[in-house]
Each structure stands twice: as structure tokens, then as C-alpha cells.
Design a protein around this ligand. Structure first.
Ligand code: NAP
Length: 328
């Protein structure tokens, strides 16, 4: 089968398509999935270039990719037909999910073995053309749940600023913050993405055509916001410290974000950590079904064009999700 691997840390060119990879054998509590689409995330290029905490001691060659949508085609010894059916994962079922944080195998391949607990069924009514969106849902979705609920702990009536409102995680942070009771959400992005940010329910603030700090100051009467959710971090984190209201909180998304400048000023600063599991995946399914999480896929590329996909992702301006077609 075809699989993407890299045998050294480096640029996108280290990603290589192999056509002769052995089909994996599922462990006892794992299922075998024929992959339809692979969702891409900044974490993928951070692991690939060696800058992620997850690159440490990673045995090479390694696979790449963390999340997927596909179809169950087999299972390990601990999962008989009855057990699979009770979990809604019978052979032939379409599923989506992501590798748990401790599982460093990739998913950019035609077939993968993955823990049954890290998958959930895709509702029958979902048309095939909508599958790319499901491939890109798990990682951004579980991150957004962890960010809004476990880390920022957004409460009724709070005001929120999201940096990067039209990105993969940002497109879910806006509706989830509103769902949690936020009274008002502002979100930064390029002016070209302002309409999308508005559709998601936030007030857009363009950082490329105006001064976002000035605009936020005006909008909040100088008070700032109760919660900053910073998906960008690089050029936004330090400046945002001036806009956290008294008793407020700032959450930076990149796992290796340096929070010390915030803490030195006595601010409550945190980084979220994904909590995996079926319960939260099912929560995402409910949100999508109800139309509350209109996550967008902006590009679908063939598996063999993964290096080009990483280049685009590294640009830092992906709108919604970038997805690979694993069978193309
Ligand atoms: N802690 C965790 O467990 C966890 C989990 C998932 C992701 N993450 C991290 O979260 C970050 C975001 O992930 P993602 O998947 O949402 O990335 P993404 O899809 O690539 O989105 C990047 C976003 O950043 C925006 N952006 C770029 N420059 C900006 C600027 N100067 N000011 C404001 N926004 C700017 C872009 O909007 P424009 O195009 O409009 O500029 C785009 O919306 C990554 O660092 C990722 O590694 C952490």
C-alpha cells in the first residue's frame, strides 16, 4: 500500500511517498481503516522539522499525519463483531478520528491501524463529498473543546478575543465560545477573511489593513477582554497582554508557547492540552449535525502532493482545513 514517511527531520522535501509499505496489522483493541482523507495540522510540520516536543526520540523513519476519515475494514483480536457493533464501528462503517497524544504513528497512508477509542462513526446522512471536512474535524475540534472548556473555562457573559478566527482551530473556537455563553467575540484575521469570521458569529478585526490593537481598544472602551484565545502567538501574544481585562486570562495554542512574559505581569496564562476519547468525538458529531460547527475545508490535495500541502500550511494562512485525498 502507499504511505508517506520521512527518514530525517527537515523541510517538506523529506516527505516521501512509498508504494510498497506493508499493510499494518491491528493490535488487540485497534481497528483497520481504509483511509479516505487525511486532515493536516501545523503539528504535522512541527513534528517533521523536529521542532515539536513530539519529535523528541521519535524513531525514524516515521509516518506523518494525525487525523483522518475512512472506512473500517478489519479489527484486532479483542474486538469481535458484537463488540464492534456495540461501539458503532462494524466493518463498512465510515469513521473519523485522530491518533491519541501518546500514539506517534502517522495516518497519511492508504490503510492504518488505530485505537478503536480514537474513532467515532460518521452519521449515515453525510454525503461522500462532505468527507474531507470530517477528516479535518477531530484534531481542531478536540483542541477547541479543550481550549474553551478545560483551559479558558469561558463563562456566561464573558468577552473573548480570538486571534486567527478563520484558521482550522479558530473556526471552531468562535462558535464554541458563543455556545459557552460568551457575550461578544472579536476575532482577528486578514481583511480577506472578515466575512467568514462574521459568518461564524464574531466581529472581525483585520490585522493587515488596520491597527487591531487600536480597534479592540475602541470596541472595548479600553477595558480589554476577559479571555484571549491566541492561535497565532508569534506576533500577537506579547501585544495581547495589554488587552486582558482585570481578572482575565490568556490562552496560547502552540504547545511550546513561552508564557513567562504574561506570568511576570501577574496574568493567568495557559496552554491547552487535547483530551482524546469517544465522548468528545461524539460531542463534535452532535455539533456538526446541528449545524453549529460550520468548519470549512479550503483545499484538498492528492496524497502524493503532501510536500506542497506542508508548504502551504507553513505559510500560516490556511483558511479552515487543508486535507489530503489518500486514494488519489
Ligand atoms: N495545544 C494544542 O494541543 C494544540 C492543538 C492544535 C493546534 N495547536 C496549535 O494552534 C495553532 C493554530 O492551529 P491551526 O490549525 O488553527 O492553524 P491554521 O489553520 O494554520 O491557522 C492559522 C491562522 O493564523 C492566522 N494568522 C496568521 N497570521 C496572523 C496574525 N498576524 N494575526 C492573527 N492571525 C494570524 C491565519 O489567518 P489569516 O490567514 O487571516 O492571516 C489563520 O487563521 C498552531 O500553532 C498549532 O500547532 C495547538
Amino acid at each position: 500500500m502507499r504511505e508517506i514517511r520521512f527518514d530525517r527531520f527537515g523541510g517538506p522535501e523529506v516527505l516521501t511517498l512509498h508504494s510498497d509499505a506493508p499493510t499494518p496489522v491491528p493490535g488487540g483493541e485497534e481497528v483497520l481503516v481504509r483511509v479516505a482523507y487525511v486532515g493536516l495540522n501545523p503539528l504535522d510540520f512541527k513534528i517533521r522539522d523536529g521542532s515539536s516536543g513530539m519529535s523528541r526520540d521519535l524513531p525514524l523513519p516515521a509516518g506523518t499525519g494525525r487525523e483522518l476519515a475512512g472506512t473500517v475494514i478489519g479489527a484486532g483480536s479483542e474486538l469481535d463483531e458484537a463488540e464492534l457493533r456495540s461501539r458503532g464501528l462494524a466493518p463498512g462503517t465510515r469513521v473519523f478520528g485522530m491518533r491519541g497524544p501518546g500514539d506517534r504513528r502517522g495516518v497519511a497512508a492508504e490503510v492504518v491501524a488505530i485505537a478503536a477509542d480514537d474513532l467515532a462513526p460518521i452519521p449515515d446522512e453525510v454525503p461522500p463529498e462532505d468527507l474531507p471536512r470530517w477528516a479535518g474535524l477531530a484534531l481542531a475540534g478536540l483542541t477547541a473543546i479543550a481550549t474553551v472548556h478545560d483551559t479558558a473555562e469561558i463563562r456566561e457573559g464573558q468577552t473573548v478575543l480570538v486571534h486567527g478566527g478563520s484558521g482550522g482551530v479558530g473556526q471552531l473556537l468562535i462558535p464554541m465560545s458563543l455556545e459557552a455563553g460568551a457575550a461578544q467575540v472579536w476575532a482577528t484575521g486578514r481583511a480577506a477573511n472578515a466575512e467568514r469570521i462574521r459568518e461564524l458569529g464574531a466581529v472581525p478585526i483585520a490585522y493587515d489593513t488596520g491597527d487591531w490593537q487600536e480597534e479592540l481598544r475602541r470596541a472595548t472602551g479600553g477595558r480589554g477582554v476577559d479571555v484571549v484565545l491566541d492561535t497565532h502567538y508569534h506576533s500577537t501574544f506579547l501585544a495581547s497582554l495589554d488587552h486582558v481585562a482585570e481578572g482575565g486570562r490568556i490562552v496560547a495554542l502552540p504547545s511550546l508557547a513561552d508564557l513567562s512574559p504574561a506570568r511576570e505581569r501577574g496574568l493567568d496564562a495557559r496552554v491547552p492540552g487535547i483530551v482524546p476519547g469517544r465522548g468528545r468525538l461524539d460531542r463534535l458529531v452532535q455539533g456538526i449535525r446541528a449545524g453549529r460547527y460550520p468548519l470549512e475545508v479550503s483545499q484538498v490535495l492528492p496524497l502524493g502532493e503532501i510536500a506542497e500541502a506542508h508548504r502551504r500550511l507553513e505559510d500560516g494562512h490556511t483558511r479552515g482545513k487543508l486535507v489530503l485525498d489518500a486514494q488519489a
